[in-house]
Each structure stands twice: as structure tokens, then as C-alpha cells.
Design a protein around this ligand. Structure first.
Ligand SMILES: [Zn+2]
Length: 127
């Protein structure tokens, strides 16, 4: 069994739904949702509503903490690599289904499935 996670929404416990009402008879309270997984905000929120509540409360501070953009970013050859695959790929094709595509030059480079799934793997060299 995986551990239960708490929704990180700052107002989750204020929404009156039956599944949030927990506790012993006579002393039930509305509580933050707890589940093995969530669909929103990288698995941190039970709903888009809760994700928005969090962002409204903490978003400005989070952006300032990690670095607010002060100049526009530019798409160049060096940072234009994105991962791609064919939705209708068939296994009899000898080439890997996964690849990097450069959105500026249209050049393609092969990619293993493992590299495709690795969110930290990139060949981009610029911001
Ligand atoms: Zn929630």
C-alpha cells in the first residue's frame, strides 16, 4: 500500500463534500482530502480549485523565490529541443518511436524510451 498524500490546497477543508466529512459520530469535521494520488498540480492537489487556491495564496512568493522573469526568453537553436513521439507508432518499425525535434531547425535526433521518460534529460544548452 502506498502512503496517503494530503491535498496541499489551502482551503480544501472548507469545501463541504461528504468525502471530506470525517471523524467519529458527533465530532465529525470537514478535513483536507487524503488520497494515494491526485491528478492536479504534479500530484499535489485534489482539484483545479485547490490548485488555484494554493497559487492565489503562495504563487507570487513562489515565483519570486525561484526567480521572476524580467526579460522575455528567446527560442534559439540551442534551447529549441523538445521530446516527441508518434501516437500511432507500430512496433514493426525498426527505428525508435522517440526522438528530439528542434523547433527552430526541424532537425531530429533519436531518443531512447528511457531518455524520453526522464524529465531531467535534455540536450538543450541554453535557457
Ligand atoms: Zn483539495
Amino acid at each position: 500500500m502506498s502512503e496517503l498524500k494530503l491535498c496541499q490546497g489551502t482551503k480544501c477543508h472548507t469545501y463541504h463534500t461528504q468525502d471530506r466529512l470525517k471523524g467519529n459520530k458527533g465530532s465529525k469535521t470537514y478535513q483536507t482530502r487524503r488520497r494515494s494520488s491526485f491528478y492536479y498540480g504534479n500530484g499535489n492537489f485534489c482539484s483545479l480549485n485547490c490548485q488555484n487556491d494554493w497559487f492565489n495564496d503562495f504563487g507570487d512568493r513562489a515565483i519570486d523565490h525561484f526567480g521572476r522573469l524580467t526579460e522575455p526568453k528567446h527560442l534559439t537553436e540551442d534551447n529549441a529541443w523538445v521530446k516527441d513521439y508518434d501516437y500511432n507508432y507500430r512496433n514493426d518499425n525498426p527505428k525508435s518511436n522517440y526522438r528530439f525535434v528542434n523547433k527552430v531547425t526541424q532537425e531530429q535526433r533519436p531518443l531512447t524510451e528511457e531518455q524520453y521518460r526522464d524529465n531531467n534529460y535534455t540536450i538543450n544548452t541554453g535557457e
